[in-house]
Write a protein that binds this ligand. Structure first.
Ligand code: ZN
Length: 558
């Protein structure tokens, strides 16, 4: 690609062009502003070079000579790169007069390239530093066979179709705008309905699993965050404090200290433990505007947070319970494929090394007990403790980080909380921080893409649409509507004076799981005719049967 670009746009300077997880790119400095329209031209030139089947020849030069070589050619980015190489010699590859700095290895010749496609153009700062010059990056992908390339391009097409930002708009689920501010989410009625269905499920299952729920404020005195260590270890993710009556307050980046405060509000005995406090807690974290991305990376979000306070002898059992609970919740949303990571002590941390070891061992034991395979993620723990991260794979096989389980010996000590033991002595409890879905915003983004906006019945904002064929069916249709809504079914009614085909299309675009078309036949037999959003006809049934049918599917969370 770089050779083709040089042929077509000779004044272009070459920066760097690595292989990446999803293909390759090359950064260029050129007087020509590349657009999507240039890509086919570059591809044509690449095909010519491939057809010529010229060999890639490796040359090794002393560093000084290589610098001289690239300087003479005006390739100053290459000179800068070589200046940083400490080896005495550097390797170059030459192909039909085109020379590039490269460690190799390479294919034998251009003819070995079998299937490729240039995908997009984007701006990129030299070395990723916004103080440097803005370069132009061209992304591409290459495969050994045309079939594999086609499969990948189809996958990219599917990814685009499922983009939660696009579906969020099409399905009227959420929005973000400049008046409110970057990374702050507005949940529209249809999105909020889905969120409430998730929250209801969350609440119901947490009560069953022995959790108690809390509500806590969105800010607290700055002093609190000093005590917890957040100010020392988490400051770059926190907003500037605000002043109220001469005291500094901070908007919360985490819920933990509030839960600790409630723990501390009364004397706790060893018999009270474990105490499981859960909250859908909204937090605010500073993320640079450049990394914000739809619902996946935001500044204000609600965690499905919980803190379990337990004795040391209860850790393993509690972690095990959380693991099982997490997997159950994830499976309900159709995530049966996941990868587990154990993240160990980071560079910046609080607490004693033996406490870290104990906590890490506890997590490892629980994983082993469940027979779960996991990988170690070195240094990726939180400042107060190690953690287990569960990354789910969605229906396209993409990996998403959602759940996290963290064992913490440190914050309880820093905030000085205790329980009275059976020997009447006070000891410090251990705190397990956990979020199963992570943040509701991010989880919602992942769900939209996972389901491609076609939510299962129990989550769908509108579960069934009633479509009248003509004016004279409206009265009967409203009766059906009343019967369904009384049963808690989310139903809407389309009694507009439009053709039935158009009404079906409208409901299909919104991915409403079911529709009932109501005409003369249905009215005469006091029945409905049910069809699925994919067009499959289920047939005629009474309203009672319809209610039972829908309720069954809803309660099974399908
Ligand atoms: Zn926490």
């Amino acid at each position: 690609m770089a050779h083709a670009v040089k042929e077509l746009f000779p004044d272009t300077k070459l920066a760097i062009g690595p292989a990446i997880a999803d293909g390759f790119y090359y950064d260029f400095d050129s007087s020509h502003a590349f657009t999507q329209e240039d890509l086919p031209k570059i591809e044509e030139k690449m095909k010519e070079l491939i057809k010529a089947n010229k060999p890639f020849v490796r040359k090794e030069l002393p560093r000084d000579e290589a610098i001289k070589f690239f300087r003479e050619r005006g390739e100053m980015y290459k000179v800068e790169l070589i200046n940083e190489i400490t080896d005495g010699t550097v390797s170059l590859y030459e192909e039909d007069g085109f020379v590039d700095l490269c460690r190799g290895p390479h294919l034998e010749s251009t003819g070995k390239v079998k299937a490729f496609k240039l995908l997009s153009v984007a701006g990129a700062y030299w070395r990723g530093d916004e103080k440097n010059r803005m370069l132009q990056r061209i992304y591409g992908v290459s495969f050994p066979t045309k079939d594999e390339l086609k499969k990948h391009l189809d996958f990219l097409e599917e990814v685009k179709k499922r983009d939660h930002r696009r579906l969020g708009k099409e399905l009227d689920l959420f929005s973000m705008n400049d008046d409110i501010g970057a990374g702050l989410v507005l949940w529209h009625p249809r999105g909020a309905t889905i969120r409430r269905a998730i929250e209801n499920f969350w609440l119901e299952e947490h009560f069953k699993a022995g959790y108690q729920i809390l509500y806590t404020p969105h800010m607290a005195k700055l002093d609190l965050w000093k005590k917890t260590g957040h100010l020392d270890f988490y400051r770059e993710n926190m907003y500037s404090p605000m002043e109220i009556e001469g005291l500094e307050y901070e908007i919360k980046p985490m819920n933990c200290p509030f839960h600790v405060s409630i723990y501390k509000s009364r004397l706790r005995s060893y018999r009270d433990l474990p105490l499981r406090f859960a909250e859908l807690g909204t937090v605010y974290r500073y993320e640079r505007s450049g990394v914000l991305h739809g619902l996946l990376r935001v500044r204000g979000f609600t965690q499905d947070d919980a803190h379990i306070f337990c004795r040391e002898d209860q850790i393993e059992d509690e972690v095990l319970k959380v693991l099982e609970f997490t997997l159950f919740i994830l499976q309900t949303f159709g995530f049966s494929d996941y990868d587990i990571y154990l993240s160990t002590r980071p560079e910046k941390y609080v607490g004693a090394d033996d406490a870290w070891k104990k906590a890490t061992d506890a997590l490892e034991k629980a994983l082993a007990h469940k027979g779960l395979q996991f990988e170690i993620d070195p240094g990726e723990g939180v400042f107060y403790g190690p953690k287990i991260d569960i990354k789910v794979r969605d229906s396209l096989g993409r990996q998403w980080q959602c759940s996290t389980i963290q064992v913490d010996f440190n914050i309880p000590e820093r905030l000085n909380i205790t329980y009275r033991g059976s020997d009447s002595k006070d000891s410090g409890p251990i705190m397990i921080h956990r979020a199963l879905m992570g943040s509701l915003e991010r989880f919602f983004g992942v769900l939209i893409e996972h389901y491609a906006g076609a939510f299962p019945l129990w989550l769908a904002p509108v579960q069934i649409s009633l479509l009248t064929i003509s004016e004279r069916h409206v009265e009967y249709c409203r009766k059906v509507f009343e019967a369904l809504i009384r049963e808690g079914i989310r139903v809407d009614i389309d009694e507009e004076n439009e053709k039935i085909g158009y009404k079906i299309r409208k409901a299909t675009v919104l991915k409403t799981p079911y529709m009932c078309i109501i005409g003369d036949k249905e009215m005469e037999s006091s029945a409905v005719n049910l069809r699925k959003r994919n067009g499959e006809n289920i047939g005629e049934m009474t309203v009672e049967k319809l209610i039972a049918f829908l309720k069954d599917e809803i309660s099974n969370r399908r």
